[in-house]
Design a protein around this ligand. Structure first.
Ligand SMILES: Nc1ncnc2c1ncn2[C@@H]1O[C@H](COP(=O)(O)OP(=O)(O)OP(=O)(O)O)[C@@H](O)[C@H]1O
Length: 273
């Protein structure tokens, strides 16, 4: 592991029902990186994020966070936002966020009281301000637009001040205009907090625009007679910009790199086991 690696993934594979979904994943990610992840549907991108969260566990290999084995359970320093976030519909924006705090800070009692509640509400007001939802604090989710609901989902993740933010197609359901607003919001929050971000997207332009590093997941081994025999791995790991926000590689350059690079596509006609 490099000295500064925030996250290190070594020899990782994940099997479901005896079949590999992911195999031989190795990765070193510096603190403050913004890794965008693309790949074919079903190749294991969400599974990878869920392992970084500890919602799933590797079948083989290990994940180190700040040089230590990843805790077995999700911890507040790893936040996640999904494409469609289910919030409590009978609670307002601010009440949803208080509940998120209560789950974390008062798991036994289930309630934050007195000074702790006051501190929690102050933190929530700050996050709502930063995320542009202050005016909607007393609205119910049904009264919010899709973009505002995603802001609420991001606020719920940020309230715990994660050092790693995992985003699973967070803007996939949003209109293009709102997506652009969300890009600005996310980049601003990323620069402000120095979080390390992993974001799965199906939109290659979004991946190029937002990331400092692009990870492409794909299967490099195929057995036509046993499509489930092999899992996906990281086939391309491309720097998009330096950490100081230097020049981005143009999408066209990178797209041609991906096209022209020899793809290690091993065709196996006979089942080997
Ligand atoms: N809990 C589970 N049990 C069994 N199989 C699973 C489980 N979770 C995921 N899978 C399988 O693992 C494979 C990878 O799923 P995953 O959702 O990680 O892919 P993905 O790349 O995120 O797909 P998409 O881009 O369509 O969201 C799929 O074949 C899926 O059916």
């Amino acid at each position: 592991m490099t000295v500064s690696a925030k996250l290190s993934v070594q020899g990782l594979s994940k099997y479901y029902d005896g079949n590999p979904v992911l195999e031989r994943i190795a990765l070193e990610v510096d603190a403050g990186s913004f890794c965008t992840i693309v790949g074919a549907s079903g190749c294991g991108k969400s599974t990878f994020l869920r392992m970084l969260l500890s919602q799933e566990h590797p079948t083989h290999g290990e994940i180190l966070l700040d040089g230590m084995l990843l805790p077995k359970e999700p911890t507040p320093d790893r936040g996640i936002v999904f494409q469609k976030y289910s919030v409590f519909t009978h609670l307002t924006v601010v009440e949803n966020l208080i509940l998120a705090q209560e789950f974390e800070q008062a798991p036994r009692l289930g309630k934050l009281l007195g000074a702790r509640r006051k501190t929690a509400v102050k933190q929530i007001e700050d996050v709502l301000e930063r995320i542009g939802l202050a005016a909607a604090r007393d609205k119910y989710p049904a009264q919010l637009s899709g973009g505002m609901q995603q802001r609420l989902a991001i606020a719920q993740a940020l309230i715990k001040k994660p050092s790693i933010l995992l985003l699973d197609e967070p803007f996939g359901a949003l209109d293009p205009g709102i997506r652009l607003d969300m890009h600005d919001l996310l980049i601003g929050l990323w620069k402000e907090t120095g979080m390390t971000i992993f974001m799965v997207t199906h939109d290659i332009h979004e991946a190029f625009k937002l990331g400092t590093r692009l990870l492409v997941f794909d299967k490099i081994r195929h057995d036509p007679q046993a499509p489930e025999a092999y899992g996906a791995t990281i086939t391309y790991d491309l720097p998009l910009s330096d950490q100081s926000g230097g020049e981005k590689n143009a999408p066209a350059d990178i797209a041609s790199t991906i096209r022209s690079a020899p793809k290690p596509d091993i065709q196996i006609s006979q089942k080997t086991h």
